[in-house]
Design a protein around this ligand. Structure first.
Ligand code: GAL
Ligand code: MG
Length: 998
């Protein structure tokens, strides 16, 4: 069956659709406005539709409008989630040959059909598809109505002349690929079908097709001049317009065609207090309700201001995604996302990389989020056409050798293909129009984004210029404008931000200290892949340092992975697809089913609304909110913890204006040698729609006398007799109570027994490998190349000194790697005190040319029945040198099982930073300095080897690591290198571990 070739013609985008316009639903009266389903003018056509799937549209039967159906499929949904076609995850690479505007003949096709009953009221009838991937041919009663593309935009057809009384047939042919797919190369699972709602609207004969609420605010923001642009399909006619205040008081009510109304004492909208007015538009038969908020977003002197305050975006990038429903997101799912975001101090969303469902931004208006609304444009795959395939991180690569610079420029030139090709200008503009027109009355939308990763050129210049004239009230963003074609001088004058993704804190410093012309926005940063977001605090310290820097949007909100059999998550490659990008889709703050990762907890506390600091013997609170007095939102709860035990506390309401600081009226304990912590917890002091009263908004912890320690000192010796037997290969130290067997070849204990029971089930081990995190994906190669994953211990010389009180074993040894050389040279002093306590003092040297170490410490394989571990350190969630703002110092208890974080792709997890001791029934472990420890049911080797958590095999033992240091987490999976200060990069270091057998 030959379909018309609209889908391979970038000049044919829509046939017989109504023009892009604002999203609204007409009602008959105010009674039904709480949901569109209640409007008598709205008929939802979701549900189970008849469905046939064809591997190629060429297989569509000639007479497909009369064909029989084999299957049912829910609308909305993606057919890949219902057993048709297969899942395919690709990031940058196009999943088909680059041959625009052509797409493969083998173009999968879905034929949809349903009937519905219809009685005409003599009005106009508009059939709406809110989202279809990638294009649709639409037929009513077997007559062709129209065609449309642009997956994430509404296609509306006037079907009045096609409908008949009684039963009506709807047929929709959906193709997986069309020329528009070249502009929809977003990093996502590629799914197809009718994935958003379908409904029929009943409208008046001369109906209001579109309106645009505009206003000007006075300098002090207290007055607004409100006007309305109306667009009826025929002559404009008078409307009754009423504005109701947030307190439900009528502000004005007018009959007018054009009007302009002054509003005084304006109550402003912001995300902390999203005050909305209600605008009611009435014709004879229709009531249209539009919520509006008054706010002003502008750039002055390179600084971004919202309602005259310099504010920062604590943002995330959000895709519409769900492991079960794919791109089809219900109201409840979206609301859950917003609630989780509120609970975790996120105040902004970039709709990456396409408009979300039309009602999504309505929710953002209501609950208070700043939105960057992005157009459905990404043509990243064009950048992969360079003669030499570029390494995807080429853009982040700052190396400047000639060859790299040449590949980089060639990549950029290719990248700009669609941005410059006149054949795609119409399509790129159409996508801006779809975005802007639909959401132009949304208060939350304060920035339009031209799209993502499509290079720059004339087509985007035209797009930015069009937006600026259509909607001068909002700001325009486009990150890819920094990519300039070698033969073109870009015009950036219509772009309001300087935008980057994944820049380092140094890049921000550099821009803000030198260029300063436009605000710096990080539209993506702190890539949340696996165990990640180790850099949040540093980013925020940097954002706060510079007024020009207005925060950023974390990549990304949610992992995306569809369910495989057994409800296990599958990522790229798990569906037999090629090309694919592995687990690069698992880079969210929450799991595919919205369970927060520790990443989100780190983000939450770094983003806390208030921060405490200890200054001149006083506790000073700073209010980081932009519009709210602290007393109006939170209670400060405080408690003093002496030697790990809470002694006293209380709560305070604190009067503190936005961006101001106050001293907390609490008196601090004297330094009596104890370990004293002050814990401050900030809790919501009233119920809001998304946050319950007493919800914790964040916390601070102040270590009042950091020099005071909690750990036991290992000096007391109870005099006990013991014997020492030394052979060529071993040293044995024992009495009735304990036995140590020392391996002179390896330079470490191979057995430790206490009261006749083994303490370790395998020889002790120095461990410096960790299961690479996703952020280690680049350094991993260097680690492996240096042989870090293939090394063992060997000793050179052992000297045993026996006194009455102790045995001392001095060892010179090294960690050597197969096919490589020495990784560490170790000078070790083991001391076994007469009563069985032991310590090991380590001096380690690492050749400077080797990469930094993942970690360094001792590994114990403990018997499973060793019981619960108690520790004092950063818990209870996993914590690292650069990721511990989610955790508090305290006494915690855990088991190996509880301590494990089950990342879908296994990796290092569950460490605890800043520990003073770890205690099991049979072992007390500490060190001469705060240390990191880990307890896991899995060995690092097992976590390294497996690529899915559900394939992990538990060790027969409990794996306990005590580390001098664990290198930080960072966000290098797609971002800057781990900062030096978080690497175990010392070429020489010393540590002493101490143990008491229990
Ligand atoms: C960016 C892109 C995102 C995502 C991310 C990596 O380059 O804009 O869509 O691919 O990298 O996860
Ligand atoms: Mg991309």
């Amino acid at each position: 069956m030959a379909l018309p070739n609209y889908f391979q013609d970038p000049n044919t985008l829509h046939i017989n659709t109504t023009p892009h316009h604002a999203y609204f639903i007409p009602h008959q009266s105010l009674e039904t406005i709480s949901s569109r389903e209640q409007s008598p003018y709205f008929t939802l056509l979701n549900g189970d539709w008849d469905f046939n799937y064809y591997e190629s549209y060429h297989d569509l039967p000639e007479d497909f409008l009369n064909t029989a159906f084999e299957h049912k499929i829910p609308v909305p949904s993606n057919w890949q989630n219902h057993g048709f076609d297969h899942h395919h995850y690709t990031n940058i690479n196009y999943p088909f040959p680059f041959d625009p505007p052509f797409v493969p003949h083998q173009n999968p096709c879905g034929l949809y059909h349903r009937t519905f009953q219809f009685e005409s009221n003599g009005k106009r009838y508009l059939l709406n598809f809110e989202g279809v991937d990638s294009c649709l041919f639409f037929y009513v009663n077997r007559q062709f109505v129209g065609y449309s593309q642009v997956s994430h935009s509404t296609s509306e057809f006037d079907v009045t002349d096609f409908l008949t009384q009684g039963t009506n047939h709807l047929h929709v042919v959906v193709l997986k690929w069309c020329d528009g797919s070249y502009l929809e190369d977003q990093d996502k699972f590629r799914m197809s079908g009718i994935f958003r709602d379908v409904y029929l609207l009943e409208r008046e004969q001369n109906y209001l097709q579109d309106f645009f609420v505009r206003y000007e605010l006075s300098e002090d923001l207290s007055e607004a001049t409100l006007s309305l642009d109306l667009q009826f399909i025929a002559e404009n006619r008078p409307l009754k317009v009423e504005l109701i205040s947030p307190e439900n008081v009528s502000v004005f009510c007018k009959q007018a065609v054009n009007f302009c109304e002054k509003i005084t004492n304006v109550q402003l909208w912001n995300v902390e207090n999203p005050q909305l007015y209600t605008l009611i538009l009435r014709t004879e038969n229709e009531v249209i309700v539009q919520k509006i908020g008054f706010r002003k977003a502008e750039v002055k002197d390179g600084v971004f201001y919202f309602n005259n305050q310099p504010i920062k975006f604590k943002g995330v990038n959000r895709h519409d995604s769900d492991p079960k429903t794919g791109y089809a997101i219900s109201y409840a799912q979206a609301l859950k996302d917003l609630q989780l975001m509120k609970q975790h101090n996120i105040n902004a969303i970039r709709t990456a990389h396409y408009p979300n469902a039309p009602w999504f931004t309505e929710l953002c208006d209501r609950y208070g989020f700043y939105v960057i609304a992005e157009s459905d444009v990404e043509s990243h795959g064009a950048s992969m056409l360079a003669v030499k395939t570029p390494e995807p991180s080429i853009f982040l690569n700052h190396e400047n050798d000639l060859e790299t610079a040449r590949i980089r420029q060639e990549t950029i030139d290719n990248f700009c293909y669609f941005a410059r090709d006149p054949a795609f200008k119409k399509a790129i503009l159409d996508r801006q129009q779809a975005n802007v027109e639909r959401d132009k009355n949304r208060t939350s939308v304060i920035i339009w984004s031209l799209g993502n990763e499509s290079g720059y050129g004339e087509n985007f210049e035209a797009a930015a210029a069009w937006i600026k004239q259509r909607d001068p009230s909002r700001l325009v963003h486009y990150e890819s404008s920094i990519y300039q074609h070698s033969e073109y001088q870009n015009d950036l004058s219509n772009l309001d931000f300087y935008s980057e993704m994944y820049g380092s804190t140094e890049d921000i410093d550099c821009y803000c200290e030198t260029l300063k012309t436009k605000p710096f926005i990080l539209c993506e940063y702190s890539h949340a892949m696996g165990n990640s977001n180790g850099d949040m605090e540093d980013y925020w310290q940097t954002f706060h340092r510079h007024p020009q820097s207005c925060g950023g949007f974390i990549w990304e909100w949610c992992d995306h992975a569809p369910y495989r059999e057994n409800r296990q998550f599958g990522y790229g490659g798990d569906f037999g697809e090629t090309p694919h990008d592995g687990n690069f889709c698992m880079d969210g703050l929450v799991s595919p089913d919205r369970i927060p990762h520790s990443n989100l907890k780190e983000v939450k506390n770094v983003n806390r609304p208030v921060r405490a600091r200890f200054e001149d013997g006083k506790i000073v609170l700073h209010n980081y909110l932009d519009f709210t007095n602290l007393a109006d939102i939170l209670t400060v709860n405080y408690e003093f913890v002496q030697n790990g035990i809470t002694t006293s506390g209380g709560f305070l309401e604190v009067d503190c204006e936005p961006h101001q600081s106050v001293v907390l009226p609490i008196s601090l304990p004297e330094n009596n040698g104890s370990h004293w912590l002050l814990n401050l917890s900030y809790t919501q002091n009233w119920d809001t729609e998304l946050l319950e009263m007493e919800h914790e908004l964040g916390f601070d912890q102040i270590n009042l006398y950091p020099q005071n320690s909690l750990k036991k000192q290992l000096l007391v010796v109870t005099q006990t007799a013991f014997s020492v037997n030394e052979t060529a290969l071993t040293v044995e130290i024992h009495n009735e109570d304990y036995r140590y067997l020392f391996d002179k070849q390896k330079g470490i204990f191979s057995q430790i027994e206490k009261a006749g029971e083994p303490l370790i089930e395998q020889p002790l081990d120095f461990q410096f490998w960790r299961a690479p995190t996703d952020n280690d994906r680049l350094i991993r190669a260097a680690w492996q190349n240096a042989g870090y994953d293939n090394a063992y211990m060997r000793a050179y010389e052992t000297v045993v000194n026996v006194s009455e009180q102790a045995v001392e074993i001095r060892v010179t040894s090294a960690i050597v790697s197969i096919s490589r050389g020495r990784i560490l040279t170790l000078d070790l002093v083991y001391t076994i005190l007469a009563d069985g306590q032991f310590s090991v003092k380590i001096n380690a040297q690492r050749p400077a040319h080797l990469p930094f170490l993942p970690r360094f410490g001792l590994r114990f394989a403990l018997s499973k029945n060793i019981g619960v571990a108690e520790y004092f350190g950063y818990g209870e969630l996993e914590s690292y040198i650069d990721k511990h703002h989610l955790a508090k110092l305290g006494v915690y208890r855990t088991t190996a099982e509880q301590n494990h974080t089950d990342y879908v792709k296994p990796q290092e997890n569950g460490s605890h930073f800043g520990c003073e001791y770890v205690k099991f029934d049979r072992l007390y472990a500490t060190a001469d300095q705060p240390f990191s420890f880990n307890l896991s049911p899995y060995t690092a080797e097992e976590l390294t080897a497996k690529i899915h958590c559900y394939d992990l095999v538990k060790s027969p033992y409990m794996i306990f690591n005590i580390d001098y240091k664990m290198s930080g987490i960072g966000s290098n999976s797609c971002g800057p290198n781990l900062k030096d200060e978080y690497r175990l990069n010392e070429t020489e270091f010393e540590v002493e571990f101490q143990f008491i057998l229990g």
